[in-house]
Design a protein around this ligand. Structure first.
Ligand code: AMP
Length: 286
């Protein structure tokens, strides 16, 4: 496995692979890897096969963090991440510095961003106004650098995956996007690098997110329910975890992300809940 921190070297390796006709699979991450990330690496390998190449990027992208968010304290452990990537069979781990990814930014000479204008308005986009601009920009840059035939994203970030798919379609990136299922802890909590911020009491109550999804799923079994009523019920239910504070709970069509007024089987629920300063997200098909 090669560890690459230079953009020029990453491009050179990719050109070499392309000349030999190797299919490139790509998994972008911010590191502090867990079994959820690794499931994406395994999926990428499955798709490109033994003869293909798998690139994992580890980069905490500053442009997707708001000014008051956790950029500087975002958990990092590159040594451990590299070990996990090697064991998962990655060919290259791409770990660029900020200076490599955004040359000129420090001196005000970076001014190009990729913006998706519709799907990124609601939910995470409403709570984190510049977040998706940062995501689409870095993903577009990485797609240009790696350049993958297949990229694997997690269903854990459902809205993000939908926006990346839209960007790929709108801007003609020759990349196939695969969305792999959310990997969970034994008690149902969706795995996330941010789970490590939780103290033991918060961690115990954090299962309220997946329990809320289960509760909504049970509520729409065999019948449609008004979104307003179900939201009110979930608000009450989430209040039963006193350390949690609901940011949003939205019911929507899983493909278009359009909100639904009648929630039924096949509708999607996404929610964000604060535990102290830590913001957890989860989603699921009902
Ligand atoms: P992150 O490092 O949080 O930016 O996530 C990198 C990729 O891993 C994204 O495509 C996420 O959706 C995905 N991911 C994060 N957590 C999980 C999980 N629990 N299960 C599956 N994929 C995940």
């Amino acid at each position: 496995m090669r560890i690459v921190s230079s953009v020029a070297v990453m491009q050179r390796i990719a050109r070499h692979w392309q000349r030999r006709g190797a299919c490139i699979g790509f998994v972008p991450t911010m590191g502090y890897l867990h079994a959820g990330h690794l499931s994406l690496v395994h999926e990428a390998r499955k798709v490109v096969g033994k003869a293909g190449k798998v690139v994992v990027s580890i980069y905490v992208n500053p442009t997707q963090f708001g000014p008051k968010e956790d950029l500087s304290r975002y958990p990092r452990d590159l040594k451990r991440d590299l070990k996990l990537c090697r064991a998962a069979g990655a060919d290259v781990v791409f770990t660029p510095s900020d200076a490599e990814m955004y040359p000129g930014k420090a001196t005000g000479r970076y001014s190009t961003y990729v913006v998706e204008e519709k799907l990124s308005q609601s939910m995470e986009g409403a709570s984190r106004p510049t977040h998706f601009r940062g995501v689409t920009t870095i993903v577009a840059k990485l797609f240009n650098l790696v350049p993958p035939e297949v990229a694997v994203f997690g269903a854990k970030d459902w809205q993000q995956a939908a926006i990346v798919k839209r960007m790929v379609a709108d801007l003609n990136f020759p990349v196939k996007i695969i969305v792999a299922p959310t990997i969970r802890e034994p008690d149902g909590l969706a795995m996330s690098s941010r789970n490590r911020y939780l103290n033991p009491e918060q961690r115990a109550q954090a299962t309220i997110l997946c329990r809320a999804i289960r509760r909504a799923r049970a509520a729409v079994k065999g019948k449609a329910v008004s979104a307003t009523k179900l939201k009110a019920d979930l608000q009450m239910y989430i209040a039963s975890a006193p350390l949690g504070r609901l940011d949003y709970a939205e019911f929507f069509d899983p493909e278009t992300l359009q909100p639904v007024t009648k929630v039924e089987r096949g509708s999607h629920l996404a929610l964000a809940v604060y535990f102290g300063k830590t913001r957890l997200i989860d989603n699921g098909r009902l």
